[in-house]
Design a binder for this molecule. Structure first.
Ligand code: ADP
Ligand code: ZN
Length: 462
């Protein structure tokens, strides 16, 4: 391709996706950002991971007092890590370690290597700081270029970025990824919802990236403005993440707006948003040349069986300012190592149930907000907005699920509403194994969020 362009040895600055290539799998044609890597035979990919694992372990031992001490405590030396399965010999790293070394105690390169900081919101404790070299930013951008290409986005698309810009990684992450593939970026950030919709129309956004809860709100405001996203805009793709959401929400969004909704995952510690589903919408491809993932039993720290749910643990393989060894992200998921029908050999993680620290324990029973969401949205009378309020009455935990009902259901007779509320309670009890009080409210009652939705109010913690 370089020869064709007559540009000599240097890769051209990418104004559009020179790299996105078409390849065939069977009789299907697919687009890849980097087919060589994305379709690399599994044995080669594992070899690459093995080499990189050895490098990163040596690197952190040489550059980080924190990891040197951890390795010494675990009685493991860099030389002990020769094959991929040796990763299990390495000690875990946790969010607490990041907090204890605040702000930059776990960085492995001096400040003059760092080209950017991001800082987590710190809603669940002290904030954590992440730093990047230029190479780390390039790796992050490349991950998203592959991911967005796998969805089918590229040159000619207008991608509206409705994640927050600034210290949060969502906005800038998507921004760089979208520019890299040659799409046009509309850097909206969050909020200003009416303007989001006007510009979506005026500039012809074909894709939007934001939290799923914010997109639901955008759709609501569009309706109030008399605009149909399906008929009056060019939007065809949503890239939704940064918070747990369910298959039921995906269905609702797709049916209501006619777009295809894709799941995107990442955490600030790993860089930011990094991985998405491919166009087949069947699990999120994790770029294995950059990240080694394990799915472990949260209690024992042992690998779970194939198809079983466990905690996601990550080791970075090509990230140098702030590498992570066996970092316990805490998100619960299922690992799928089968080669995807799209031809990509990189493993997939299935829809994230939530983080272990988002889990509610109600009278001894574990409940994830995303499970509540799945139950609610299966009922057509129920709207998409809900809140879970947990309190204690005497010695007992009481969970109240406050949920909006559709306008039509709300205008029904009181007796119909009462029977609906009973049905919701019964379904919740059946699926979650714990009883909940149900409060049905009118549309527009529950506060909307522009970023990560706050679904749970746990009054027991106050
Ligand atoms: P913070 O730690 O301040 O919440 P992050 O942006 O790093 O900031 O949050 C990452 C977390 O967000 C993940 O660990 C996960 O719990 C959640 N998350 C991100 N994307 C998804 C997704 N697609 N599905 C479910 N949860 C997600
Ligand atoms: Zn795929």
């Amino acid at each position: 391709m370089r020869g064709l362009l007559g540009l000599g040895v240097q890769q051209p600055t990418v104004f559009y996706n020179w790299n996105a290539m078409i390849a065939s799998v069977g009789d299907m044609m697919f687009r890849y950002w980097n087919p060589h890597i994305e379709r690399m035979p599994l044995t080669d990919l594992q070899k690459l991971q093995e080499n990189r694992l050895r490098s990163v372990v040596r690197f952190v031992s040489a550059h980080s007092a924190f990891y040197r001490q951890r390795f010494a405590e675990a009685g493991v030396a860099p030389e002990d890590i020769t094959k991929l399965s040796d990763v299990a010999k390495l000690p875990f790293t946790t969010k607490l370690d990041l907090r204890n070394t605040y702000p930059t105690g776990m960085f492995c390169l001096p400040g003059d290597w760092i080209v950017r900081y991001h800082v987590s919101s710190g809603t669940t404790g002290k904030p954590t700081v992440v730093g990047y070299t230029q190479g780390d930013i390039d790796m992050w951008t490349d991950s998203l270029a592959r991911a967005l290409t796998s969805i089918g986005l590229g040159r000619g698309d207008v991608i509206q970025v409705g994640y927050g810009y600034g210290l949060f990684t969502g906005g800038l992450g998507l921004h760089y990824g979208a520019e890299k593939i040659g799409a046009t970026v509309l850097p909206m950030g969050t909020g200003n919802t009416e303007r989001q919709i006007e510009l979506m129309q005026d500039l012809g956004s074909t894709a939007i990236a934001c939290t799923p809860s914010y997109f639901l709100y955008i759709n609501e405001v569009a309706q109030q403005m008399g605009i149909s996203i399906r008929d009056d805009t060019k939007l065809k793709v949503g890239v939704f993440g940064a918070e747990p959401w369910s298959e039921e929400t995906r269905k609702r969004i797709e049916e209501a707006t006619g777009i295809k909704a894709y799941d995107i995952f990442g955490t600030s510690e790993m860089s930011g948003p990094l991985f998405t589903e491919c166009h087949l919408q069947n699990g999120i491809h994790v770029w294995a040349d950059y990240f080694l993932i394990e799915v472990l039993d949260p209690k024992t720290g042992e690998q779970v069986g194939e198809g079983e749910r466990g905690e996601l643990v990550v080791t970075t393989l090509d990230k140098w300012a702030f590498p992570l060894i066996r970092y316990r992200i805490g998100d619960l998921t299922i690992l799928n190592t089968e080669v995807c029908e799209c031809g990509r050999t990189h493993p997939r993680i299935m829809r994230i149930l939530g983080r272990t620290d988002d889990m509610l324990i109600i009278r001894g029973i574990n409940v994830f907000p995303s499970q509540v969401e799945s139950v609610l949205l299966r009922m057509p009378e129920i709207g998409e907005q809900y809140q879970i309020i947990v309190d204690r009455k005497g010695p007992l935990d009481v969970m109240t699920v406050k949920v909006e009902v559709t306008e039509k259901a709300f205008s029904d007779k009181i007796s119909d509403l009462m029977s609906l509320s009973k049905r919701v309670a019964k379904e919740l009890q059946k699926v979650l194994n714990v009883s909940a009080e149900v409060e049905l409210v009118e549309q527009g009652t529950i506060p909307r969020s522009m970023g990560k939705a706050q679904r749970v109010i746990d009054k027991r913690k106050v």
